[in-house]
Write a new protein. Structure first.
Length: 367
């Protein structure tokens, strides 16, 4: 059972620089877990501690019920795929993939069988005699993954392996890695700064910032129920809209009021919102929950806001509208059938059942 447990993992660099702070996580057998966050958040450092490439300042790492703090990287039964492929340029693909097995003195027939099996899984059988310089970026990345597969490790670690590929190849390789996980049924831990990669690949996602884990959840839970403003804004493209305002009460109803508009809050949220009456608060709404009133069969005046279109980004099946509403800037994701123009006045409708509220001081989620 290839489980990985991180218990109070901390990494402090010289000068008292805190890279990772008190991380606790259990990765289950056969699970695909993705660490995501902005540059410098500590995700790669955490992965390198699991691999044994970084020392641990404090805490424990367990792999398959074995504490590995003091076990060298080569003896941890893990395989790591790096961002820069790390292939030997003077060796053929076959030699690159078999190198670790040859170092461990595996019998030649077993080496040959493992390399050919991995090559078939990755559709690179016809590349085995080529050198890395003769390969495309996507092919090199497949070779790097193949070199990990032949070792048949308990745990696969991926450190931003798709960063050097073009957009189309990244999408293709995401699919390939997902298929690989299903086929191998292995435990995989993946690091990326790209939240789209995280959302499309992980069984669970670990969101980090400033060395701290902010939330661990499956993609849908993470998207629909972020624990704070950072997670809400980081997950989703375009990102969630945030508007500063205050909660007011009129005739037993609660409203959110910004300098230029007021919208009614749904009754289901009253219990959590009522303590904030008269106080400043942060209102959050995702771009897909903002609609052009012209395309709404039913729209209440209590959730309709006047806006001006500043920028239009046609994306094919959909259009991104950059708007000004009151004193706030918003992004709306509308249908590609919409034909808005820059400078046009637009009545927009908020889906008030989908909004989020955050405490202005702590930025923690209220509802």
């Amino acid at each position: 059972m290839a489980q990985v447990s991180l218990k109070n993992i901390t990494k402090i660099y010289p000068g008292n620089v805190m890279a990772v702070s008190d991380v606790n996580l259990r990765v289950e057998n056969k699970e695909f877990v993705v660490f995501v966050g902005p540059s410098g958040c500590g995700k790669s450092t955490t992965l390198r501690m699991i691999a044994g490439l970084e020392t641990i300042t404090k805490g424990e790492i367990w792999i398959s019920n074995k504490k590995v703090n003091d076990i060298p990287a080569k003896d941890r039964d893990i395989a790591m795929v790096f961002q820069n492929y790390a292939l030997y340029p003077h060796m053929s693909v076959y030699e690159n993939m078999s190198f670790a097995l040859r170092l461990r003195k595996y019998p030649k027939p077993e080496i040959d069988a493992r390399v050919k099996e991995a090559a078939e899984i990755l559709s690179i059988t016809d590349l085995l005699n080529r050198r890395p310089r003769e390969l495309s970026g996507g092919q090199r990345q497949r070779v790097a993954v193949g070199r990990a597969i032949v070792r048949k490790p308990e745990v696969f670690l991926f450190d931003e392996p798709l960063s050097n590929l073009d957009a189309k190849m990244r999408v293709q390789m995401r699919t390939e890695l997902n298929k690989l996980h299903i086929k191998l049924q292995s435990t995989m831990i993946y690091v990326t700064h790209d939240q789209t990669e995280a959302m499309t690949m992980g069984n669970r996602i670990v969101v980090m910032k400033d060395g701290i884990v902010h939330q661990v959840a499956d993609p849908i839970m993470l998207y629909n129920k972020p624990v704070n403003k950072f997670v809400a804004g980081f997950i989703g493209s375009p990102p969630m809209n945030f508007v500063n305002g205050r909660i007011i009460k009129k005739d037993s109803k609660f409203f959110f009021q910004e300098a230029g508009f007021t919208v009614k809050i749904v009754q289901d949220m009253y219990d959590k919102i009522s303590p904030y009456e008269g106080k400043e608060i942060i209102f959050g709404i995702r771009p897909e929950d903002i609609y052009d009133k012209l395309f709404m069969s039913v729209a209440s005046s209590e959730n309709t806001v006047k806006a001006v279109i500043e920028i239009v980004e046609p994306m094919g099946a959909e259009v991104f509208l950059y708007l000004t509403a009151g004193k706030s800037s918003l992004i709306a994701r509308v249908s590609g059938n919409d034909r808005p123009e820059i400078g046009q006045d637009l009545d927009i409708v908020f889906d008030m059942s989908k909004i989020h509220f955050f405490d202005k001081d702590t930025e923690e989620t209220i509802v």
